[in-house]
Design a protein around this ligand. Sequence first.
Ligand code: NAP
Length: 262
Amino acid sequence: MNGAHEPADAGIRGHVVIVTGASRGIGRGLARHLGQQGARLAVTGRKPERLAALSAELDELGIEHLAVPGNVADREAAVDLARQVHERFGRIDGLVANAQSFRPVMPLEDVRESDMDLLFDTGPKGTLWAMQAVFPYMKEAGRGRIVTMGSAVGMSGGAGYGPYSASKEAVRSLTRTAGREWGQYGITVNCVCPASAAHRMPPADDPERRAVFDAMYAQHPMRRDGDPERDIAPPVLFLLSDAAQYITGETFMVDGGGQMRA
Ligand SMILES: NC(=O)c1ccc[n+]([C@@H]2O[C@H](COP(=O)([O-])OP(=O)(O)OC[C@H]3O[C@@H](n4cnc5c(N)ncnc54)[C@H](OP(=O)(O)O)[C@@H]3O)[C@@H](O)[C@H]2O)c1
């Protein structure tokens, strides 16, 4: 713990951080960056072969880690994951509740119960199960850092994104409640909202989708998507560090200023 007048450390060397949904996309970028900055990791995802590929990549980078397949919608699996991580490393410093399943874009009138269930089971509920699972260890340690994943489209209520947007706003709401309830234990809980990360860019041979992206980025301050490792992961590392020890319940737009579009 840092005293009030000691400089807070912005690093996470030696810390143990769980990243859910790390086998591709933003989670993979997070794992690579946090690991290269000295964190020891527990990484998850549903498909074992994808997770094995990430594990090989982390091995190559010399990043100490535990890879545990599982679905974030499964509350018992979350408890078991935290137990395994604590057993292996003896501590849990951080959680990035990143994983969430997605459904194709659809108008509200077509949304069915199964769409809402998938988004809520893997979004706010999956996030809550992971937060609950690490809570006892962090409370005992008197320190913890939790980062949840919202989305710019949750805040804008993008057309066609009804179930996803609603689930992401529920994640932000849980983030604030956890921040209020757990701050007294030295646990901070903050939400990061990307807008669009580079791995979603349409390929050159899909001119229609390419045109939609080009139109979107014509009004964007940075004129480009975010890169998971270079753009999204560094602010997450800050929120996991001691430098962010007095920040909780907040939402951070990590969208290159995209929210400012008219
Ligand atoms: N990419 C963006 O532009 C963007 C923008 C705003 C917010 N976000 C948010 O950022 C987070 C990551 O997004 P992403 O685009 O990187 O996603 P992604 O490319 O679809 O990757 C999702 C990762 O999570 C795993 N996963 C998916 N469903 C899971 C489940 N039910 N249980 C456990 N693991 C699961 C996937 O592996 P398996 O499929 O093997 O399980 C994969 O590793 C999400 O919360 C997303 O909503 C993304």
